[in-house]
Design a protein around this ligand. Structure first.
Ligand SMILES: [Zn+2]
Length: 97
């Protein structure tokens, strides 16, 4: 499976096979994006450019990215994930107000 990732250091998107935590180019940490590979492929050139600009803005990145950790399946991680999702939902509703 291909997944979309964004490296804030290289300022570029990567289509990578599987979930990656580090950039294949600069080896610094990267973010996996919520957008699926299929959805990204469907975007036209203008939409891709707009999406990349959105990724470059660090304020948008937490909303777009998913964090995968080594302890993904542990209980504390799932609890943490629930808290994070709830927090993001709050942030989204705050933006919409
Ligand atoms: Zn990089």
């Amino acid at each position: 499976m291909m997944y979309m990732h964004y490296c804030p250091h290289c300022k570029r998107m990567f289509m990578l096979n599987g979930h990656h935590l580090t950039c294949p180019k600069c080896t610094k940490s990267i973010s996996e994006l919520k957008i699926s590979y299929i959805d990204y492929v469907k975007l036209d050139m203008d939409e891709r450019a707009a999406f990349k600009i959105k990724c470059e803005s660090e304020t948008h990145l937490p909303d777009l990215s998913i964090t995968y950790r080594m302890h993904k399946y542990s209980k504390w991680y799932r609890e943490l994930q629930c808290t994070t999702v709830a927090k993001q939902a709050d942030e989204v509703s705050a933006v919409l107000k």
